[in-house]
Design a binder for this molecule. Structure first.
Ligand code: GLA
Length: 411
């Protein structure tokens, strides 16, 4: 079952929130209008995050090196802007409750200034619970203080990870009462959203609660710009392909300013083959997913860089219509997904999930099933060559590889 059932959806909590918002807006009618906060994440955020490669080992030096490499490699020019520090930067709170970074991050403000001097943005990580997933200090009961701290440092992005909030608050305060637990979680995410907005600084708000309780239905209501739809990704085909399949049915929930997040990229990590890296990257672009690279930037191979900077594929992800791909059909071990772009173009992705080139043969791509008639002229986005697709044409795709075609004027 795709939707985990740790908690059930707390409709009551949401209507209470909506009612609260109405009261607030009514009360503010006669007040001087505040400037509208800058909208963030109108297209899926792009950048790099420390977790998938460094996990708990990340340091200030690694973050600076990642920022340097985003610029030097051309990734910044291709759209990668956010440099996100994940878990394990946190130190202790002082007597006033102010959180300090730990010895790995001696001066967070100086780090933010450095990242900003490169034309990039800095992201950070916390939890609504007392501890993060790695056991470091979380934001429970310090939400406003932490949001102000992030803002004073110049933070542009927050990943807020449920972690210890589940046992310490939800299960502890409302044992066995799933609805009450759900309301607590929604309240915790709302609280941090308000704290972030109150700083006046545009900060991308990223929810991480592993896709439980149909987060895509209520994420936008708690101010989220993106929400994880799954558990943690791993750098292997099974993980990537099972996450991909879990995304079917979620397209309707994504759009400018609020995105489904099937987790950060593993492109260039583990033992993924080039075909697997290509398919992973292509399909995350089809899903309008945040493109947060997670590899060792200073040591990436030219092949991996070429995948991460394929402008045609990035353009799919960043299409301003923000309409996520849907799975049109599966046939044996081959899946066909389509995505509509602004200006009427269509992208067709054909993924061979089989373990060898021949496991799916003969595969004939049905254009009829995609609602297309007659030959369709397009561009193969991995060879860069023109291609004409015809109904039922035989398609040969290597194991775990993809055919990705953009058709400017589908008929
Ligand atoms: C959770 C998240 C990961 C990462 C780690 C850090 O597992 O899902 O993405 O942030 O915590 O501890």
């Amino acid at each position: 079952m795709r939707v985990h059932s740790l908690l059930s959806v707390g409709v009551l909590a949401l209507s209470a929130l909506a009612a609260g918002a109405q009261i607030a807006s009514g009360a503010q009618k006669n007040l001087v209008q505040r400037p509208t906060p800058t909208q963030v994440a109108l297209t899926p955020p792009m950048g790099w995050n420390s977790w998938n490669f460094f996990a708990g080992r990340v340091t200030d030096k690694d973050i600076r090196a990642a920022a340097d490499q985003l610029v030097a490699s051309g990734m910044k020019d291709a759209g990668y802007v956010y440099v996100n520090i994940d878990d394990t930067w946190e130190g202790e709170r002082d007597a006033n409750g102010v959180l300090h970074s730990n010895a790995k991050f001696p001066d967070m403000k100086a780090l933010a200034d450095y990242v900003h001097s490169k034309g990039l943005k800095l992201g950070i990580y916390s939890s609504p619970g007392p501890k993060t997933c790695a056991g470091f200090e979380g934001s429970l009961d310090h939400e406003v203080q932490d949001a102000e701290l992030y803002s004073s440092w110049g933070i542009d992005y927050l990943k807020y990870d449920l972690c210890s909030y589940i046992p310490t608050v939800m299960m502890n305060r409302a044992p066995g009462d799933k609805d009450a637990q759900m309301r607590m979680m929604v309240a915790a995410y709302t609280k941090m959203d308000k704290a972030l907005k109150a700083t006046g600084r545009p900060i991308v708000y990223s929810l991480c609660q592993y896709g439980w309780d149909a987060v895509w239905e209520w994420g936008p209501k708690v101010g989220a710009n993106l929400w994880r739809t799954t558990g943690d990704i791993q750098p292997n085909w099974n993980s990537i392909y099972s996450i991909l399949n879990e995304q079917a049915g979620l397209a309707q929930y994504a759009g400018p300013g609020h995105w489904n997040d099937p987790d950060m990229l593993e492109v260039g990590n583990g033992k993924l083959s080039l075909a697997e890296n290509r398919t992973h990257f292509s399909m995350w672009a089809m899903l309008a997913a945040p493109l947060l690279a997670g590899n060792d930037l200073p040591n990436m191979t030219p092949d991996v860089l070429a995948i991460l900077t394929n402008r045609d594929v990035i353009a799919i992800d960043q299409d301003r219509l923000g309409r996520e791909a849907t799975r049109a059909y599966s046939d044996g071990e081959v899946d066909v997904w389509t995505r509509l772009l602004s200006g009427g173009a269509m992208v067709i992705a054909v993924v061979n999930a089989g373990s060898d080139r021949y496991s799916t043969h003969p595969f004939h791509l049905s254009l009829a099933k995609l609602g297309l008639r007659g030959p369709q002229k397009g561009k193969d986005l991995w060879t860069g060559k023109e291609i004409t697709l015809t109904n039922d044409m035989p398609v040969e795709i290597a194991s775990h590889d993809i055919l990705l075609v953009r058709i400017p004027s589908p008929k």
